[in-house]
Design a protein around this ligand. Structure first.
Ligand SMILES: [Zn+2]
Ligand SMILES: [Zn+2]
Length: 280
């Protein structure tokens, strides 16, 4: 399984980190799932060296703007790009409600009856397995300031290769449903350490809490995302996490790809295929 990070930042994007969003591909790289849709998703996919047309399914974890705000833009860009295949979008009920509202707002432009491809919105139940682009998937509620679901997916080729991704959350017992014995556990570290009270209040993790969850759930590798700009000190986040978690810690950058199989520990390639050229 491959996970490419289209963004690794929190709600406020920075030059280095777009809103957190993941592209998941199977081992044969012929099935692709997009997780969340903040900011400028189509361009982020291109910048990561991938093609947006290859997306087989979209999963939206929750309706915060940094996770859903770019969805109408993605839908329009895919039409302009010539898509004709149906686009399945999966989310829990409170989120599909917002997706329908967003599409209603743009119904003068996104005219679904004559759109170049069907937009299929699927409401999924937490805890109930479903198939998403060939991946056996289960969504589980996390504990955030709005209804939010993380996911646990099995590789189509090697079901024992498991990815768990929480999206935004503070500590809750149900995270074990996402994390337990995962080959790769990706979670958020909006804060690093010492902001536990604030993190709890706004429904986020510190790197320390994320790493403790990884350790308690015996995950094989840990990826930390949703780093907020003033706290995005990778070295400090790694050092703090390493005190709690003894496995491999990955702090991906935008464009990084993690690869893992049942037998192969997670490896990471860093960097955008098409970085922004800053003018001096
Ligand atoms: Zn967020
Ligand atoms: Zn959020």
């Amino acid at each position: 399984m491959y996970v490419t990070f289209l963004g690794t930042g929190a709600a406020l994007p920075s030059l280095d980190r777009a809103n957190t969003s993941l592209l998941i591909e199977n081992e044969h790289k012929n099935k692709t799932i997009l997780i969340d849709c903040g900011g400028d998703p189509y361009r982020n996919i291109l910048r990561a060296g991938k093609t947006a047309e290859s997306i087989d399914a979209v999963f939206i974890t929750h309706a915060h703007i940094d996770h859903i705000g770019g969805l109408p833009s993605l839908i329009e860009s895919l039409r302009l790009g010539g898509r004709t295949d149906a686009l399945p979008i999966y989310a829990i009920a409170p989120v599909t409600e917002i997706i329908h509202k967003l599409l209603d707002v743009y119904s003068f432009e996104i005219i679904r009856e004559t759109w170049s491809y069907p937009i299929d919105i699927h409401t999924i139940q937490p805890g109930e397995p479903f198939q998403m682009a060939g991946f056996a998937t289960t969504a589980h509620l996390t504990l955030h300031s709005v209804p939010c679901a993380g996911i646990r997916l099995n590789s189509p080729e090697e079901p024992a290769a498991i990815l768990g991704y929480t999206s935004d959350t503070k500590y809750t017992n149900s995270l074990k449903d996402i994390a337990a014995n995962a080959s790769c556990f990706i979670t958020e570290a909006t804060y690093i350490q010492g902001n536990e009270e604030m993190a709890d209040k706004v429904g986020h993790f510190t790197a320390q809490q994320a790493a403790k969850t990884a350790q308690d759930n015996h995950v094989k590798s840990l990826g930390l995302v949703h780093l907020s700009a003033p706290h995005a000190d990778e070295a400090l986040a790694r050092a703090v996490a390493a005190k709690e978690y003894s496995g491999k810690i990955i702090i991906p950058r935008d464009g990084s790809t993690i690869h893992f199989t049942e037998s192969l520990d997670a490896t990471v390639e860093n960097g955008l295929a098409h970085p922004v050229a800053l003018q001096k």
